[in-house]
Design a protein around this ligand. Structure first.
Ligand code: ADP
Ligand code: MG
Length: 699
């Protein structure tokens, strides 16, 4: 029996929340901070001083002794360096102290974080700056302060800064856009995100025995088990006790940190699960997703489990993604992807929808590369995840509405006829059409779901790129339509623009099966880009049109785009290098010796049997078969090593990534095929690493 849980009282108990602030800050200061958080007002030192003091008192009560500026550098994980509140007091004593300055600014030694060569060009050091639009929280004895990380000369060194910039830029553009549709009271538009997080859980004892999982997060060897996911008996299946206990523990931990963990269930692959929180602002949603991933890993260890966040830990079963549900909401409570109830609201919604259609078509390459990584390459297009081709799913009703606009027609349902801009459209029931799970970018009634994002990715990147794209398109529509706003012919003018946009960009809409081979051909006919791998996608970051919008809205300078591209490509090469070297190591130290040993054993058996006049047909066949495989395996090890060495010599960053992709990756695959064949033949107790069955069926 578990204790009765009081969730509302445990919720956000470790967060310096709005409630705590209201309680502990002087009224003026609280109001000021709210304006900073909600309307983007700038922070002044006196306010910071008061807040820091209140924060320290609260954190000490929560048992904290340290504080840390928590930031998201380009490494792919979060970073933190802890300082204690301790300060000398008279008589050799100590007191606990925390200044406004320490809250607002930190100076970690930035030289070891990836900057893509930005810091070579300037001698600037990096500093962290408090982001008051996210929540501070206490965890493991430290006060965590969400921060951005930039250089002294202003270059972006992290993932949060571009996100915050994109949210600000989008708000400005969207407010102006919405005015045309009569929204006089909207002063701020915020993007929202709900990230559904997929993950695997396996027993820690198995993980300990797999160097590949320990070093790379995925299995580099391993024959498919006799049973995979073909029976569809894992999706939404009842939770085994160990998993249920884990999920309960996880929820409580997430709730205490102010994360609205809402949904939990088993996913498609054996040992795969999902956690989805309630959506929030993109900024907070990003911080909370980073925090959630960390908590998931830590809670797992308490249960003797390991949480795998890699996009493709196991071949042959589904990998993990992170469905990025995205929308925009206004300070007067509208969800801008909600079709609304009046003709004007409908028209506004349809215009925003067309802005997205135009944007996703024109910047499909940015969307694609926002989800590109070595890990996600194994997942995208592997008939379980959206293909690497960007398209949009709108559902049949919405498609029919757009068709009516394009053809200057009325929209008809079975019983009624509607004129766009004159009648209110029937509300689109959520999930009215068959949920299309094969689309990378799907409309789901009141939001878009971007399904390409990898499970281990920081969601800041897809979100700031999407925000920037939308920014550009809303701006485009505003330029076109503003002269007509408030006038007689406004609606007709809107319809005219929508019509031409739909005519030009309808190719991006695809409601069919995105996993099919036919779609790949169809997409090629439509001229949609198809970038199967990171090395194909990433160079497009620097395409002129992409740099232009990133620069236009103050997200990145051209140098920063170049630096980002290089960081991603370098990471790609490093990932493959580590994977290849891990394979070589495991092959030489574990797998090949085990196979040779067994062949030796068979040969001894053959010798003994022959001596006493017996035949040893089976042993001979097996010894030959395994012996041949071992020879091929040995060749492959030598070959892979040579290819890695060769790739290491390539100086230029893109060329090196391409070399890893074109020469190292195929050899890794060849080597794996050989080892998986040997594994199938060898006795289980002689193969030195846990099998797939042992890993994915034993929790
Ligand atoms: P499904 O798996 O059926 O797509 P889930 O309930 O697992 O649905 O996840 C849906 C996610 O979408 C949740 O995180 C939810 O909070 C989020 N969401 C709902 N509305 C919005 C919105 N307006 N903006 C962003 N995210 C949203
Ligand atoms: Mg879900």
């Amino acid at each position: 029996m578990t204790d009765k849980k009081n969730v509302p009282s445990m919720f956000a108990q470790n967060v310096f929340s709005m409630e705590v602030m209201k309680d502990r800050l002087p009224k003026d200061c609280f109001k000021k901070l709210m304006r900073i958080m909600q309307q983007g007002e700038t922070l002044d030192m006196p306010t910071a001083e008061v807040v820091a003091n209140a924060m320290k008192d609260w954190a000490l009560e929560k048992g904290a002794t340290h504080y840390t500026h928590w930031f998201q550098p380009m490494t792919g994980s979060t970073a933190e360096k802890h300082d204690s509140f301790i300060a000398p007091a008279p008589g050799g004593k100590a007191l606990m102290e925390f200044s406004g300055k320490a809250l607002v600014k930190g100076e970690p030694d930035a030289s070891s974080f990836p900057s893509g060569g930005l810091r070579q060009t300037s001698t600037a050091r990096g500093y962290t700056a408090w982001d008051p639009t996210s929540w501070c929280f206490v965890k493991e004895g430290s006060l965590y302060i969400p921060t951005v990380f930039v250089s002294y000369t202003g270059e972006v060194l992290d993932k949060k800064t571009p996100l915050l910039r994109s949210m600000d830029a989008l708000s400005k553009v969207a407010v102006r856009f919405l005015k045309m549709f009569g929204n006089e009271n909207v002063s701020r538009v915020t993007t929202t995100v709900g990230a559904e997080q997929e993950y695997f859980l396996i027993d820690k004892k198995m993980w300990d025995k797999r160097e590949d999982l320990i070093l790379t997060g995925r299995t580099l060897f391993g024959a498919k088990p006799p049973k995979g996911q073909e029976l569809d008996d894992q999706y939404f299946a009842n939770l085994r006790p160990r998993i249920a206990a884990y999920m309960q523990d996880l929820d409580e931990e997430l709730w205490s940190l102010g994360i609205y963990s809402k949904t939990k269930h088993n996913e498609v692959a054996p040992a795969q699960h999902e956690m989805a929180p309630i959506f929030t602002t993109s900024n907070l949603g990003t911080d909370q997703n980073e925090l959630a991933m960390e908590v998931m890993e830590k809670v797992a260890l308490r249960h003797g489990l390991v949480c795998l966040l890699h996009e493709k830990p196991f071949e042959g079963v589904n990998g993990s993604g992170k469905h990025n549900n995205w929308s925009m909401s206004t300070n007067d409570g509208q969800n801008l992807l909600d079709p609304g109830d009046t003709p004007m609201e409908n028209l506004q919604f349809l215009t925003i929808l067309c802005a997205l259609i135009k944007g996703v078509d024109e910047y499909a390459d940015l969307m694609r590369l926002s989800a590109a990584s070595a890990g996600n390459d194994h997942r995208l297009g592997a008939d379980e995840a959206p293909p690497a081709i960007i398209s949009m799913f709108l559902g049949e009703e919405l498609a029919a509405v757009l068709k009516a606009i394009e053809e200057d027609d009325k929209f008809r349902t079975q019983t009624q006829t509607f004129e766009i801009g004159v009648n209110a459209l029937p509300s689109f029931p959520k999930d009215s059409t068959d949920r299309n799970r094969t689309s990378p970018f799907a409309f789901t009634g009141n939001r878009f779901e971007f399904r390409m994002v990898g499970s281990s990715d920081n969601i800041a990147c897809p979100n700031f790129l999407l925000n920037t794209i939308v920014c550009e398109e809303l701006d485009w529509f505003t330029q076109k339509l503003e002269p007509f706003a408030g006038q007689e012919g406004f609606e007709d003018e809107v319809k005219k623009v929508l019509k031409s946009v739909l005519h030009d960009h309808r190719r991006i809409i695809f409601n069919g099966d995105g996993y099919s081979e036919a779609w790949v051909e169809e997409a090629a006919r439509r001229g949609l880009p198809n970038y199967p791998s990171t090395v194909d996608a990433m160079p497009h970051y620097s395409d002129a049109k992409n740099v232009a919008i990133l620069q236009k809205f103050g997200i990145f300078t051209p140098e920063e785009v170049k630096a980002r591209t290089e960081i991603h490509l370098e990471k790609y090469s490093k990932t493959l290098r580590i994977e290849a070297r891990t394979m070589i190591e495991m092959a030489r130290k574990q797998l090949l010796p085990a196979v040779l040993d067994y062949v030796q054993n068979l040969c001894n058996g053959i010798a003994v049997k022959t001596q006493i006049g017996m035949t040893a047909v089976t042993e001979e066949k097996m010894a030959h078969q395994l012996g041949d495989l071992a020879d091929a395996f040995y060749e492959s090890i030598q070959d892979l090593e040579q290819r890695v060495n060769h790739a290491n010599e390539v100086k230029e960053i893109l060329a090196q990534a391409q070399c890893f992709h074109d020469t190292v990756l195929p050899e890794m695959e060849r080597m794996r095929t050989i080892s998986d064949t040997m594994e199938r033949i060898m006795p289980r107790d002689r193969y030195p690493i846990p099998t797939y069955s042992e890993m994915i069926y034993n929790v």
